[in-house]
Design a protein around this ligand. Structure first.
Ligand code: NAX
Length: 518
């Protein structure tokens, strides 16, 4: 975020800026680059014996709502199990027409707001199995294809909620069936996403599909651990435990060794609750293992109420949707999955990030701070952070009054903003205007909406004399309404750091300051 008030240094405007030397057009400003990293809180205050996070479906027929939330990642996870949870029957009005439509974010938000949670119903265990047979029979899908689709959703959802920089150690516990196969595929994807997976696969299935999945993991040197090798308290060694033991074919009571493994997950969940803070999280694929497929946790808890619940299934053919009266939610953008259920309630007063981050040693620091900045900025770009060039620009007027504004910095300015997890860069120094030609070029390179925004925004106020504001404001309103193709114009001013007097890099537990000349 950039905050700032940039002044022209001329006429009336100059009078507001005491830091501008007489006759000069430079002022001083500070830019703060703030991270966009998504902070998730983990509410363990739910009744279930385990399952902090569930992907795809909770089969419980009382699970209250399928509030949709956009998940930016693809979500292949939609196994049939998905259907189970998604088993939305007809009355969910907003979703009753176009199953595959894309929505703008505001339209999507509106749909979510209209979502009628009480109308949600669910597939039965039998329906789920039948859908499976149909998919892999007349509809021509193969099990490994569905598995890959489903589990890419699992992996992308995990990476959405539990970032590898905080939750790198992932234990996947795999059962003997397809749900276990899901776990093997998840481990592979997560390895490629930067996690450090471990796999516990005590009852291996001697089928080529599973043998191939195991070979793929071995080729990646992903460790396989026996049940005996697992620590009794999983939370010490693993940040995430993926429960891929059983899906919709589970019945009866769990037999060894899964009875013991499920018990460890229950203990993990209970420990999390007792301590009252996040330790390691449990992610269940389809349903928490041990649950009755339709009745949920028969030992007490009656519905899944973990903080994160995702649903895949964007590949569902219309024939299936029609036959089972599935009303699939709108998937945002190109996502293969959606968040369902209420997003976690956030206690604002408890919003504190745990600044644990990758190792960052003195010898890794670039000698030239600008190079260090570019390195972090490149990392931020590579990590896919949204608008890493968003910054806070602060300035001080002649009256000594500081102001700050959010801005995006472009290439004609000194480009900063970089976060690698929690990294932050602060730059201080006098600024100068770039040439009119460059300013104009930059202005016309922006999308029309941004141009209009620049024209009518407060930020422009400081770039123009009051006469100009009125003139542009009136003209632009007319233009916007009557001619969306005519070129816009603005006497835009762009500033850059003529000298960097100070640049500071903030990293967890670490502060690097470089002052000019030192
Ligand atoms: N076929 C598909 O379309 C796909 C299914 N997927 C996943 O596969 C799951 C269903 O797969 P499966 O039908 O293989 O079933 P599961 O993976 O749910 O489990 C079946 C296996 O568990 C064993 N089992 C059942 N009850 C047990 C108990 N009480 N104690 C110990 N072992 C028990 C069975 O003997 C069998 O080996 C879904 O829930 C989903 O997660 C995904 O792989 C995507 C593709």
């Amino acid at each position: 975020m950039v905050v700032g008030e940039v002044n022209s240094g001329e006429g009336d405007a100059e009078a507001q800026l005491p830091l501008v030397p007489k006759g000069s057009s430079s002022i001083s400003m500070t830019c703060l680059c703030l991270t966009h990293s998504i902070t998730q809180t983990h509410n363990h205050n739910h009744n279930l014996p385990h399952a902090t996070t569930t992907f795809s479906s909770s089969l419980h027929n009382r699970n209250p709502l399928f509030q949709l939330f956009s998940v930016s990642n693809q979500f292949p996870l939609l196994s049939r199990a998905l259907f189970q949870s998604i088993i939305l029957r007809p009355r969910i009005r907003p979703f009753s027409t176009n199953l595959t439509a894309s929505y703008s974010s505001s339209a999507f938000a509106q749909i979510m707001a209209n979502f009628d949670a009480d109308s949600v119903t669910y597939l039965t265990q039998r329906d789920a199995a039948e859908i499976d047979e149909t998919l892999m029979g007349p509809l021509g899908f193969s099990v490994d294809q569905l598995m890959e689709l489903d589990v890419l959703s699992v992996a992308t959802s995990i990476s959405e909620v539990y970032k590898p920089c905080e939750h790198s150690r992932v234990l996947t516990i795999c059962g003997p069936g397809n749900n276990g196969g899901d776990g093997l595929v998840a481990a592979r994807h997560l390895h490629h996403f930067g996690y450090k997976p471990f796999v516990c696969y005590p009852k291996r299935t001697p089928k080529p599909l599973y043998a191939g999945l195991v070979t793929q993991l071995e080729a990646l040197s992903i460790p396989f651990l026996s049940v005996e090798e697992l620590p009794s308290d999983l939370s010490n060694d693993f940040d995430v435990v993926i429960d891929a033991m059983f899906g919709f074919s589970f019945h009866g009571s769990p037999r060894p060794p899964f009875d013991d493994l499920i018990q460890r997950l229950v203990s993990l969940h209970n420990n999390n609750n007792q301590i009252g803070q996040k330790r390691s999280v449990i992610v269940s694929v389809d349903i928490p293992s041990g649950w009755h497929v339709e009745e949920g946790d028969v030992d007490g808890a009656k519905k899944f109420c973990g903080p994160h619940h995702f649903l895949g299934g964007r590949f569902v053919p219309p024939a299936i949707a029609e036959k089972y009266k599935l009303i699939l939610p709108p998937y945002p953008g190109t996502s293969m999955c959606v968040r369902i259920g209420k997003p976690p309630q956030i206690d604002i007063s408890a919003l504190r990030e745990n600044y644990i981050s990758p190792e960052f040693l003195e010898e890794q620091v670039e000698v030239d701070p600008i190079n260090q900045f570019h390195k972090w900025f490149d990392d931020a770009l590579a990590a896919g952070l949204k608008e890493p060039n968003a910054m806070a620009l602060s300035t001080v007027g002649k009256d000594g009054k500081p102001t700050a504004e959010a801005m995006l910095f472009g290439k004609c300015l000194f480009v900063f903003a970089c976060y690698y997890c929690f990294a932050l860069v602060r730059v201080e120094g006098p600024v100068q205007k770039v040439s009119d030609e460059e300013s104009e070029q930059y202005f016309h390179s922006r999308p029309r909406g941004s141009q209009i925004g620049a024209i009518v925004s407060k930020q422009v106020y400081f770039c123009l004399t009051s006469n100009q504001i009125v003139m542009y404001g009136n003209d632009m309103s007319h233009e916007m309404v009557n001619n969306s193709t005519s070129p816009l114009d603005l006497d835009l001013e762009i500033w850059y750091f003529s000298t960097i007097s100070s640049i500071a890099f903030f990293f967890p537990l670490f502060l690097l300051c470089c002052n000019s000349g030192s």
